[in-house]
Design a protein around this ligand. Sequence first.
Ligand code: HEC
Ligand code: HEC
Ligand code: HEC
Length: 390
Amino acid sequence: MNNDIKAERPLFVLLVAGIGFFVLSFVAMGVFPWLTIDRIQPPEVATNPYQDESGNPTPAGLGREVYIAEGCWHCHSQFVRPVANEEFRYGPRSQAWEAMFDVPHLYGTRRIGPDLSREAGRRSDDWHLAHLWNPRSTVPGSLMPGYPWLFEQKDGRWQPTDKALNLVAYLQQLGSYYREDVRKQVWPSRVTVSGAPLPTELSLGRGRALFGHYCGGCHGENGNGAGLAADFLRPSASDLTTRYLPREEVFRILFMGSEGSAMPSFAELTEKDLWAISQYVHELGKHNRKPALDYAAGVDRRERGHGLYVKHCQNCHGESGIVPPAMENLKPAPKHFRDRLYDPTYLVQVIRKGRPGTAMAGYSNLSDRDVEDLAAYVSSLFDPKLYKEE
Ligand code: HEC
Ligand code: HEC
Ligand code: HEC
């Protein structure tokens, strides 16, 4: 073999390959998309979400400016790529027309945080506010910085400024064309759960640790609802010490989440962990079972309560406390009363004050007697035969 040729060849090959690949990528990523872009038609519903008809910025448009100014795009991309598992993690992959009103584009390249292009409907507004105020309040261990300067103090409480509200409006419209697909992915439909395994010392310990990790930010370390995020949540994170919840019912709630509230679905945890947490939450409210059943035992009260229930509550909570399917569409949905018991004092308080941030209004006009009778009737709807006492 000739030595000269050996020395020259690699350079020649490199040159041709270099130019070749440059041309190839220019055609594939520049020329080809440019030629075909007209063929990608946006759906007819596509309207500019950032401007109203007279050209003024909408809240989402103003929020987009906050997003740019705060540099959120340093850590978040907005592009679901067509590679394995992206669709599983985020939802349908991004289409070219989706960014047609996005100038400048905010695709982003770094993913220190998750992709945000399918954020619409994934979380409630109050979840976002609590998260912006302090990401650790809703996601323990989060690396994301807090943005307290998007909040101001009013009447001794931290309230979101217009900037924060606009930013949330922006997040809530990211990928809104795919809201329904994402909704099905993040909010599983109603499941029935049975056959809770019996707790062991080990599983209870694990449940407590997992609760501290995943739930404490909202529900507080000891489950009384006073977590870091408490100021922002409407409805508030439930005080889990005020209710008896069978383990199966907690499992169901953890699996489904409560759409319309900050309570996320934890369906991605393993079944074993979900049972461990369910057992721990069950323990938190177990002491309410007996007093609540005793309270329900007062027959006169119950009868009178029944009449009031039919008049005021049955539409939403259903006959015998089984919520009719149509009412499950309320977000959050009314509670079933067959699977739970409340501390009587709490029950009276909820009937009087309602649950701000939900369809459950307070009944401040009813007399003390009416409210107590209602509470007795609601307690009597629990079906003790379904759940053995242990
Ligand atoms: C230093 C990097 C960083 C910056 C800057 C940043 N984030 Fe994040 N973000 C993260 C990380 C990490 C997570 C994942 C943990 C979590 O959910 O808090 C996250 C999560 C999120 C989520 C939750 C998505 C979901 O549904 O789970 C939203 C929404 C979000 N960020 C919005 C923003 C906004 C708006 C800004 C700008 C005001 C911003 N982020 C700035 C790193 C960052
Ligand atoms: C981001 C805040 C947040 C986190 C994190 C969170 N929750 Fe919740 N949780 C809520 C809110 C808000 C509600 C009230 C929902 C409603 O009223 O429909 C709720 C409701 C519940 C309920 C329903 C109570 C009832 O009577 O129906 C249970 C049980 C519960 N959470 C358990 C947990 C557990 C266990 C975890 C951790 C694995 C957890 N939550 C994590 C905010 C949160
Ligand atoms: C317009 C529909 C509607 C009516 C009418 C209604 N509720 Fe509710 N109720 C709801 C919804 C929605 C929730 C779920 C709130 C939440 O997620 O925290 C709820 C929750 C509750 C809770 C549980 C609160 C908690 O912390 O878990 C109780 C108890 C209750 N309702 C009792 C009643 C009683 C008693 C009446 C009649 C006097 C009544 N409700 C009338 C919609 C309604």
